[in-house]
Design a protein around this ligand. Sequence first.
Ligand SMILES: C[S@@+](CC[C@H](N)C(=O)[O-])C[C@H]1O[C@@H](n2cnc3c(N)ncnc32)[C@H](O)[C@@H]1O
Length: 212
Amino acid sequence: MDKKRVEIILTKLDDFKNPKPDLEQYCTPPGVAADFLNTVYLNENEKTDILDLGCGTGFLSIAAGLFGFNVRGVDIDYESLSIAEKNKKKAEEESGKELSVDFEQQDISELRETGKKYAVVMNPPFGIQERGKNLLFLEKGFNSGEHVYSLLHCPEDKRKDTEDYIKEFSARKGFEAKILRRYRFDLKNTMVFHQEDVKTITTNLYYFKSKK
Ligand SMILES: C[S@@+](CC[C@H](N)C(=O)[O-])C[C@H]1O[C@@H](n2cnc3c(N)ncnc32)[C@H](O)[C@@H]1O
């Protein structure tokens, strides 16, 4: 499916109703999610299964489904997963396509090794509420697939340090890190940053490839 069409369908889906601060819940904007999954689509074989870590209300999973992938989305939060199920139905109605997308409840910290069969996608928590949570997500991604695609927050004033750190972290885990895109978008009424009502953030879209 064409990227613009995916974006339009995503704009019709529901956001988090009661975003939980401790889980750092916010939706990836439709344009970013569509561009992200279009990038994955161009880089992966369509038969590859996609694992979406911290799927929330399902934007990345559903975008992947619209591009034709089989998708497994996992999140700790039942309330978000119930919105994700409704969003999947809405996307099916809008697209006229049945989506091969399954959602399940799971705490990422308990996710077991899955034999590296997936291409993994994620927009993990920044790791502000719980330090290092973004790295836990990355590590679980590295255990689950040889190709991992992740949005990672990269504050402008700490850009070099942040990017160097991610590069070193992934190298230690046997992965090569490449930045494919840089997005800037507004987080409205988010509970991630308490000081401001609206904050413009910069995130990098990373592609991590196993060196083995
Ligand atoms: C920034 S949101 C991204 C949501 C969605 N993937 C998107 O891109 O729109 C991060 C997600 O991680 C989930 N999460 C946080 N901690 C988690 C954990 N320990 N296990 C599973 N999911 C978790 C949150 O519930 C939230 O849905």
